[in-house]
Ligand binder design. Structure first.
Ligand code: SAH
Length: 454
């Protein structure tokens, strides 16, 4: 088989990135947008030794799991990968993804995985949107999302995962830019000013925070900009983030507050949180509550425990746990998030939580060596790359009774669980929760108990 050959095949599996997988003449073929159960016609794009990639040209027989995506741009847009798959099939795919990783990478053969907890209404769930700003072919300023594996912007002001007010805000931002001739940033030339618009929305409070990322120190006519947005119901904070680097990282580290407070407020359960532009905050508040409840349940707190919450962000999990623990210590690398965490403890009247800025893999080993700190329970919630080995090593030395691992990447989760299970821990419940419907991502909360004390 070679490039440009036409093939017809049945899709028998879904890959880790949502692509369809089928076999032709002994070759495994990966085909974007083809769904398990489809029979498709496809054009070979690239062949390797025993596998290849093809582009779907037509669906000869539709999969029983195929549905009409709500979004007309679902195929082109890089935001959703599996919107054409029925929600039930999405959940089954995610459960399977976690199982595959735990078996293949973690070498856990007989692993029990609880069914993924999905959403009742899996649309309009995101409280955060980051729209890149650019120009279309005729020079019109547009906002939207990046196309799959690319940085070309698909003009799209309505996203079915986000909240309705995003559309209103984007229209006004683009209108302002047109009126005052403010150029969008161009990644290729490094010229132009406006890079991204970040919008965050508090589902409980209906508060809105807008932050415009610029390739410069100021936004011309910034009072006019504020005037164009401040009357929107719920608007709480309008700010700039300065990012003059040639980078894929969206936010720049310097925040200039133009109007309002430098944060917005929201609730997870009873915990009130103030969140500033640079702080991480889970994007799906409904499912975050479900996930944190699972983490709390796994932590098995009675009120007497000392808990370390590593990668704590603005302290949401820490404060959730503090209600049931003797003392909680949080560690987080972003200083602004720790400022939010301290303020959040205060506004919730929680005095049994303390926070430290730094890398978890440095702070915990240091505190353990120098001060001999102790933990009954350790919670980790790392970014996709998982935990650093130096951290895992210290955790094992501290030998808490229970470790609760909250993960957004089941591959690194499996790797880290293998490490911990070789050093004295055993797997308890594995509970995936769907925080990201229509994408291939899934969160998982895992309980590990110490074989002797847990
Ligand atoms: N538990 C929080 C945040 C989880 S996201 C919540 O549920 O909201 C992961 C967090 O880890 C982010 O806030 C990120 O800034 C932080 N982080 C990334 N690398 C880190 C490291 N090496 N040490 C400590 N925190 C880190």
């Amino acid at each position: 088989m070679k490039k440009n050959d036409m093939i017809q095949l049945e899709i028998i599996d879904i890959g880790m990135n949502g692509e369809g997988i089928g076999k032709v003449c002994g070759f495994t073929m990966f085909i974007k947008d083809a769904l398990k159960g489809d029979i498709v016609q496809a054009k070979v794009m690239k062949m390797k030794k025993n596998y290849g990639y093809a582009r779907m040209m037509s669906v000869v027989r539709e999969s029983p799991f195929r549905v009409q995506p709500k979004c007309l741009m679902a195929k082109q847009c890089g935001g959703c990968q599996i919107q054409a798959l029925s929600y039930e099939a999405q959940l089954a795919y995610k459960e399977n993804k976690v199982r595959n990783h735990l078996q293949r990478i973690g070498k856990f053969e007989e692993v029990q995985i609880k069914p993924v907890i999905g959403m009742e209404a899996p649309y309009y769930y995101r409280n955060k949107a980051q729209f890149p700003i650019g120009k279309d072919k005729v020079g019109k300023i547009i906002a939207g999302f990046y196309a799959t594996r690319s940085h070309s912007i698909i003009s799209l002001e309505r996203c079915y995962l986000g909240v309705g007010v995003n559309e209103v805000i984007l229209k006004r931002v683009l209108g302002f830019m047109e009126e005052y001739h403010i150029e969008p940033y161009n990644e290729v030339t490094g010229m132009g000013l406006v890079r991204h618009v970040l919008i965050r929305f508090g589902f409980t409070t209906k508060e809105i925070m807008v932050c415009v990322v610029i390739n410069g120190d100021k936004l011309p006519e910034n009072e006019k900009f504020v005037d164009s947005l401040r009357d929107i119901d719920g608007m709480m904070s309008i700010s700039l983030s300065v990012n003059k680097e040639n980078t894929n990282v969206i936010m720049g580290n310097r925040i200039v507050v133009l109007w309002g407070k430098g944060y917005f407020t929201d609730y997870i359960g009873d915990i009130k949180c103030q969140i500033s532009p640079l702080s991480f905050y889970q994007v799906n508040p409904v499912q975050t509550k479900v996930l944190y409840d699972k983490a709390l349940e796994a932590a098995g707190l009675t009120g007497k425990e000392t808990v370390w919450d590593l990668y704590c962000g603005i302290g949401t999990i820490s404060l959730f746990l503090a209600q049931k623990a003797k003392m909680v210590y949080g560690v987080e690398i972003v200083p602004e998030a720790i400022e939010d965490a301290k303020r959040n403890a205060e506004i919730n009247g929680i005095s049994n939580a303390e926070f430290f800025v730094g890398k978890a893999e440095e702070v915990l080993p240091q505190k353990y060596k120098e001060d001999g700190v102790y933990a009954d329970v350790i919670v980790v919630d790392p970014p996709r790359k998982g935990c650093d080995e130096a951290l895992l090593e210290t955790m094992v030395q501290m030998s808490p009774k229970r470790i609760v691992y909250v993960s957004c990447d089941s591959a690194t989760l499996a790797r880290d669980l293998r490490y911990l299970c070789e050093k004295g821990y055993e797997l308890g419940g594995v509970q995936p929760v769907d925080l990201f419907p229509h994408t291939t991502h899934v969160e998982t909360c895992v309980l590990l108990s110490h074989k002797k004390t847990g």
